[in-house]
Write a protein that binds this ligand. Structure first.
Ligand code: ADP
Ligand code: MG
Length: 354
């Protein structure tokens, strides 16, 4: 009798222990996934940067907010040696990005690299792990995609200023012979005053010697021009025109809040849907609501989107032509700066309150 009670108690203790351990593990994983910025990692990189939160994650890198002893803030882009990348591949990616940034970052709307790429170590408690990282200027308000995802499309009057700053930055990049090749709202950041900062030059190539011609498929499917999406080995396409197309898709997203299936040149709706989920883009595809929203856009906005996303790349406008478009020109006036600041500040408050 006493044995069986003891047995029951023992079983109960074991089962309860396992259950608590299981719940703890899942709670930790859930919190990490849902609220990455709230998890204090207690990490230290090379005894130089205190890491307080994860500020972003892309296809290859994790980006942390780092602070030095004087509390200056930096974005630290890390490719851990042990992930999909070998140590040398991680180094090569970061060196390549740094090399391109050195060529193009002398522009106010492009993220600046602050130190040479570094091979160092991160200390978490007693453990030390090897990492490769780049230290970048920190864009306080993060990726513009977050604002669209969490609060929906922007009012039309806000967008010409964003678009003009983005086009000035990308035009500057192109003038140096560099094609970005992965332009998307996830790679377009906002600083503390909501000015644009273009980032992520991991896919960029200097194609000056090839007159813009690119012979590798680069980019993110849902933003790709049709000639890039249908790329086969041996093909080539114009990298500058491909960038203009991706910016046309980005413009549509800012104005409508969902992906433009009708101007996306590749794949079926299912492919695009899967791609959005896999890449955690979390936008929806065009719905009837989007179609209504699209119909409500001004003729100028529609015209610019249609021009930038033409299937025939030779007919797409240059970025100088985009900047001279009447919809951009008439949207730039003295009231626009405070309006953008106020609207974006209230969006930010709304985003952080839920
Ligand atoms: N300088 C920065 N300031 C603030 N956030 C950044 C900065 N750089 C990157 N991020 C955030 O981290 C994410 C991933 O960085 P990114 O350079 O795009 O990496 P990947 O090459 O893996 O796509 C970005 O989408 C953005 O949200
Ligand atoms: Mg990126």
């Amino acid at each position: 009798m006493s044995i069986s009670i003891f047995g029951i108690i023992l079983k109960f203790v074991i089962v309860e222990g396992i259950l608590i351990h299981f719940l703890k593990l899942h709670l930790k994983q859930y919190l990490k996934k849902k609220f990455p910025s709230l998890i204090i990692l207690k990490k230290m990189i090379d005894n130089q940067f205190k890491i307080s939160s994860v500020i972003g994650q892309g296809g290859s890198a994790k980006v942390f907010l780092g602070q030095d002893v004087s509390e200056n803030k930096y974005a630290i882009k890390v490719i851990a040696n042990k992930q999909n990348f070998s140590k040398n591949a991680a180094k090569a990616v970061l060196n390549h990005e740094f090399d391109i940034l050195q060529q193009v970052s002398d522009h106010p709307n492009i993220i600046k690299p602050l130190f040479e790429p570094t091979e160092g170590s991160v200390r978490v408690g007693n453990k030390t792990e090897g990492i490769n990282y780049n230290v970048l200027e920190f864009a306080e308000n993060g990726a513009i995609s977050e604002f669209v995802r969490k609060c929906g499309h922007f009012e039309e009057e806000l967008v010409p200023l964003f678009m003009a700053q983005i086009c000035h930055a990308v035009n500057h990049i192109h003038s140096k012979g560099v094609a970005h090749l992965d332009l998307k709202l996830e790679n377009i950041l906002l600083d503390s005053m909501f000015n644009i900062k273009v980032c992520d030059f991991g896919s960029a190539l200097n194609v000056a010697d090839q007159k813009g011609s690119v012979s590798k498929q680069r980019g993110t499917t849902v933003y790709m021009a049709p000639e890039v999406a249908s790329f086969k080995s041996g093909d080539s396409y114009n990298g500058f025109a491909a960038d203009v197309y991706s910016l046309g898709v980005s413009l549509f997203l800012m104005l409508v809040g969902e992906f433009p299936t009708s101007v996306i040149g590749q794949g079926s709706v299912d492919t695009i849907d899967t791609e959005c989920k896999e890449q955690e883009l979390e936008y929806q595809l065009e719905s009837s609501v989007t179609q209504q929203r699209r119909d409500l856009l001004s003729e100028g906005a529609k015209d610019l989107i249609n021009q930038m996303t033409q299937a025939d790349f030779t007919k797409r406008p240059s970025l100088e032509q985009v900047l001279a478009h009447p919809w951009i020109q008439s949207g730039m006036n003295s009231e626009i700066l405070p309006l953008v600041y106020d609207e974006m500040t209230s969006r930010k408050e709304h985003m952080t309150s839920f």
